[in-house]
Design a binder for this molecule. Structure first.
Ligand code: PMV
Length: 326
């Protein structure tokens, strides 16, 4: 009873911040994202009646008690669904540093869900897999369907699911992730978003989201990159405005992040179509069309403080592979 899955991280163009239900991880708003092919998690899960406890480890990275706890709780849900009392061995490998704003919890819980469901012998639809992954980490639901994905916020667990709006082949968008720090963030997104209602601006943000989702869908229909880029940056800055005005405030950017934001704006003024977005960490996502990637890469070489770069195309969602990690 062993299975291995690979899942991409995803970058939200319209972001989610705040939940209606913290336990079921039902978000306050609909969000929209792109799966990225250069930042992936591979996870092997084996259930066996020989094991006397769950064993969880990450290859090449340390693991904290609370991460083990979250993974074990997720396995409990899957064991409950399958009505099987078997312990598991879980080994995970990230192609990028976890906890730095590249959605490692998204790719992590998507890979864990798909591998564990397969290993324990459950047969679930894609929609059911997204619901289950959401219970592990909200944005993980968006790493399961193909390409460009919408997460309907829903009102109940069954109605809060993700689906593909366009396949990965629809639009050759690139996400150049600029790593400016490898330090794990001090405040997790789970804890951070519990404070959303202390920001005086969160309700205003909620009013704008439906219009932004609509503009994103229109930009996709028309393949209008400027329209898309403008709404991506607008929503990123808006989410960070809410984060920074929470009590206590959450500042995820550092000086290099801010320099790159300014540089991206300057490059655009000089005619290079590139836009930025940032999740809960200092690392920068530069979004451009495939035809402009080389020019963005050249421009990025002039920026000080860049540690490394991950170039991403649009990825398909999570899937099982036959090469196990143990
Ligand atoms: O996946 P979670 O529940 O830890 O939340 C991630 C939230 C953001 O990355 C900040 C935004 C998003 O929609 O991906």
């Amino acid at each position: 009873m062993k299975a291995t899955a690979i899942a991409p991280a995803n970058i939200a163009f319209i972001k989610y911040w705040g939940k209606k239900d913290d336990v079921l991880r039902i978000p306050l708003n609909e969000s929209f994202s792109m799966n990225i092919d250069g930042a992936t998690t591979t996870t092997t899960v084996e259930f066996s009646d020989v094991f006397t406890h769950d064993g969880v480890s990450f290859i090449g990275e340390t693991i904290q008690e609370k991460e083990i706890w979250r993974i074990t709780k997720h396995l409990d849900k899957i064991r409950h669904l399958a009505n099987k009392k078997l312990f598991a061995r879980v080994i995970t490998k990230n192609s990028f540093p976890k906890g730095t704003g590249i959605a490692s919890s998204a790719s992590g819980f998507a890979a864990l869900t798909v591998a564990a469901v397969q290993a324990i012998g459950l047969r679930l639809s894609e929609k059911e897999l997204t619901i289950l992954a959401r219970l592990g980490s909200g944005s993980a639901c968006r790493s399961i369907p193909n390409g460009f994905v919408i997460w309907h916020e829903g009102e109940t667990s069954d109605t809060s699911f993700a689906e593909s709006l366009y396949p990965s082949t629809y639009w050759n968008l690139h996400d150049i992730v600029v790593l400016v720090s490898r330090d794990a963030k001090k405040i997790s997104t789970t804890i951070g978003m519990e404070g959303i209602s202390t920001s005086p601006y969160w309700q205003k943000r909620m009013k704008y989201i439906p219009g932004r989702i609509l503009r994103t869908k229109q930009a996709f229909q028309e393949k209008n990159f400027q329209k898309l880029g403008e709404v991506i940056e607008e929503d990123c800055l808006d989410m960070h405005h809410v984060m920074q005005t929470q009590s206590p405030p959450l500042y995820y950017w550092n000086e290099i992040t801010k320099n790159i934001m300014q540089s991206v704006t300057n490059w655009r003024e000089q005619g290079l179509p590139v836009y930025f977005t940032i999740d809960a960490g200092p690392n920068m996502h530069c979004i451009c069309e495939g035809k402009d990637e080389a020019k963005v890469m050249t421009a990025l070489k002039t920026v000080q403080g860049v540690q490394s770069i991950i170039q991403n195309k649009v990825a398909r969602g999570a899937y099982c592979i036959n090469n196990h990690l143990f």
